[in-house]
Design a protein around this ligand. Sequence first.
Ligand SMILES: Cc1cc2nc3c(=O)[nH]c(=O)nc-3n(C[C@H](O)[C@H](O)[C@H](O)COP(=O)(O)OP(=O)(O)OC[C@H]3O[C@@H](n4cnc5c(N)ncnc54)[C@H](O)[C@@H]3O)c2cc1C
Length: 464
Amino acid sequence: MTALGSDLVLAGEDVLRYCRDWHGDVTTGAVAVLRPRSTEDVAAAVKACVDLGLSIVPQGGNTGLVLGATPDQPESQVVISLERMTRVRRIDPDDFSAVVEAGCILSEFKDAVAKEGMFFPLALGAQGSCRIGGNVSTNAGGVNVLRYGMTRELVLGLEVVLPDGSIFNGLSTLRKDNRGIDLKQLFIGAEGTLGIITAVSVKLMPEPEQVATALLGLNSLDDAIALYRRARRDCCDLMSAFEFMPPLAFVLAREAMPDLMMPIEADYPAYVLMEMSGSGLVDIDDLMERFLETVMEEGVVADGVIATSSNQSRSLWLFREGMNEGQAKRGPHLRTDISVPLSRLADFVRDAEAAVLEVVPDCVNVSYGHVGDGNVHLNVLPPSDLSPEESAERIYKAKKAINGVLDRYEGSISAEHGIGRLKRSDYEERLPDVRRKLLTSLKAAIDPAFIMNPGCQLNFGGNS
Ligand SMILES: Cc1cc2nc3c(=O)[nH]c(=O)nc-3n(C[C@H](O)[C@H](O)[C@H](O)COP(=O)(O)OP(=O)(O)OC[C@H]3O[C@@H](n4cnc5c(N)ncnc54)[C@H](O)[C@@H]3O)c2cc1C
């Protein structure tokens, strides 16, 4: 390891900050943390780990919520952090593309691209800390998926250091390329189990010059889904975000940010934060106003407020972001990341919330999220005064109840956060044999020594 140079290697107490999950719930350890500055450094680091019989946990911004980027076997695992590989290698406005190193923080990449009048549409609450390589490895979603797709749909090419230290160079910026099997797809969403992504080429869009944000009060989740369908049809696909929140969202957000002012006076059973955006000759404000006039006349929307400045728009989004912090402040709780077909979402939420209250009647449900994508975070908050053991018991029972309902609806236990170590057993329990066989063969072909992120996603039959 010392052959890599002391500048690249952290050991002892210094490793701990890389071994703690984002919520601070779990802290482990590692043999060392390696912080390469280049793709060649990453390749040398991987070869050193192979020679020493150590396995590797790749890490980006460590904002993942499923324990994928932190070791679980401190005596045999090394963290390779991409935090020093932050260069934007190229922005090509004429080709609507860019090439960026895996360690670049998402918001910094978006800022660099905006300076060229371009837009990278991936947008999530963690964008000030998560890194592009982590986004690709988790196939991150976020608030703009309904218009621009998941990260997979934004990736044109990848550069990856493979588990034997060789470099796969697939950094093409071609939009159309059907030369056989598209190998880059194997690494997107692989959560570091097949190699280390060192650089990414991505699609860019024209920067939206106009953005209209509205917060709407509605009478039910069913109305919110009807509104979403209507907006998809009536707004020329210019809707870029559609977030559902229950009334509790505002309470939680203000527990975390007491200065937030309620933007709508009356209380409603459901709220939607909706955004439309565009560039060029369209009139987005007019479109939003006319659309809301119609749906309010029809009674789909009960009340609403449209932001009149970017500051006001920002403060509407703070409710959506603050509610996560508010939940964290209430102590340990169940966080889920579920998807079902949109047409079944309202029924699913009703059934799953009822199933939770049957087994843990003293807990509180909070269902919210990127509802346009059929994606809901049905979180469960135990009372704050319980002991850690009592909370853990409630969380376990609530998760079982939700997953039971989810299986009936044929939904996914991970709409966007991935599997990591946290959801591995829930994933494995539901994995059909043929799929398991394919995944195991793929892993054995690319990582025969099972050194890449053991314990993450699946027990592939190696050392996890
Ligand atoms: C407040 C908050 C809001 C969030 N909102 C969303 C959301 O809306 N949508 C969403 O999808 N997620 C969301 N997340 C989850 C998280 O931000 C995303 O999963 C993000 O893409 C992780 O990026 P990261 O750089 O932090 O990755 P990390 O947490 O460092 O790693 C995630 C996984 O990818 C692997 N990995 C990281 N970098 C590489 C690499 N270069 N090569 C190979 N493997 C690698 C790790 O080993 C790990 O398995 C949110 C998280 C927080 C804290």
